[in-house]
Design a protein around this ligand. Structure first.
Ligand SMILES: Cc1cc2nc3c(=O)[nH]c(=O)nc-3n(C[C@H](O)[C@H](O)[C@H](O)COP(=O)(O)O)c2cc1C
Length: 327
């Protein structure tokens, strides 16, 4: 399945694994790239918090493949030297999301890596184009983890139309709610050159996701996730106001839904309790971070088989659609 994305990166399939902090390590990225997609290592909060893996070790696992590194931009801004430290691993691309990417664009270009910017609204698209992003990822609110409020279905074609006018050479990827070949085929029909897939790879064998979380997500459906802001304040993580967090509902989200102001006033009050809950896998406190696509996930297969089945199913869907036209 060749698109402008596969041609630009010399890969076989237009599937990119999302740079999920604490989840997308080198094994997952290597498995996705080996299967013909583009694997990204998630540098999360720049790899400086106790719960994050050693990023140099993770990046060593993906050596020899075409791969990328993804940062949470506002966290990288607190530790900007981290970019140069990790660029020595020679990623094909750097994926920046959530914050002002301007301080980093020139260094990424100088290292010979392409800049991918994940965006949540039309203002972000123009900001990314102004600093020369090669690829825009239009992220819908269905996505697992942090994001904003636009829905993937109308957001992707709106961005496609805007790019066609302002910057036709810029590639477009769709993210948010894409977990199988139906989603891949639909994203291509919306005008995307490929997809960024998080939640589906989160529940793959190679992901660093703790097994109890995957078991919980498999047992849940798409109705069981929620977007919430209070959680970041309570656990003492300074996320910018414009972003919320999609997680699987649990005792903590039920207790704190809609209580943002109160949670902000109690900033960091659950920091220690949250760290303890993470260590003991107390899923009534610690968040199982996943998107609406958990309703489509019933197993934990290898990342390679996810890539293969997405492509096979997308091809089937597109051929079926072609057959409708020939009738
Ligand atoms: C567990 C998890 C962690 C994530 N962490 C990050 C991150 O550190 N940086 C980032 O840019 N996006 C992160 N995301 C969002 C993904 O980049 C992507 O937009 C999203 O997973 C796509 O939607 P989907 O989950 O429905 O596939 C995360 C998503 C999940 C599910």
């Amino acid at each position: 399945m060749q698109t402008r994305l596969t041609q630009a990166f010399g890969i076989r399939h237009p599937i990119v694994s999302a740079p999920m902090g604490l989840i997308s390590g080198g094994r997952l990225a290597a498995a996705v790239s080996a299967a013909g997609g583009l694997g990204l290592v998630g540098a999360g909060y720049a790899g400086r918090t106790a719960s994050e893996p050693d990023l140099n070790e993770e990046l060593a696992l993906v050596r020899g493949h075409t791969f990328g590194i993804g940062f949470i931009t506002w966290a990288l801004a607190r530790d900007p030297g981290r970019l140069d430290e990790l660029l020595v691993h020679r990623p094909a691309c750097v994926f920046l999301s959530f914050g002002d990417a301007r301080p980093f664009a020139a260094r990424i270009a100088a290292a010979g890596a392409r800049l991918i910017c994940q965006v949540q609204c039309m203002r972000h698209v123009d900001e990314a184009l102004d600093l020369g992003a090669s690829v825009i990822v239009a992220q819908g609110a269905e996505a697992g983890g942090h994001g904003a409020s636009r829905a993937t279905l109308p957001f992707v074609p709106e961005v496609a139309d805007h790019l066609a006018k302002r910057s036709p050479q810029t590639l477009l990827l769709a993210a948010g709610g894409i977990a199988d070949g139906r989603g891949l085929a639909a994203a291509l029909m919306l005008g995307a050159d490929g997809v960024v897939v998080g939640t589906r790879f989160w529940a793959s064998q190679e992901a660093l996701t703790p097994e109890p979380m995957v078991a919980r997500a498999i047992a849940a459906g798409g109705d069981d996730t929620v977007r919430i802001k209070s959680l970041d304040a309570l656990r003492g993580v300074e996320w910018p106001e414009e972003f919320s967090f999609r997680v699987v509902r649990n005792g903590l989200t039920e207790a704190w839904a809609g209580r943002e102001a109160e949670a902000r006033a109690a900033f960091g009050s659950m920091r220690e309790a949250y760290a303890r809950a993470r260590a003991s896998h107390d899923l009534d406190i610690v968040a199982t971070i996943a998107g609406e696509a958990i309703g489509l996930i019933h197993d934990r297969p290898s990342a390679g088989s996810i890539v293969e089945s997405m492509v096979a199913q997308a091809r089937q869907q597109l051929e079926r659609a072609g057959a409708w036209l020939r009738q």
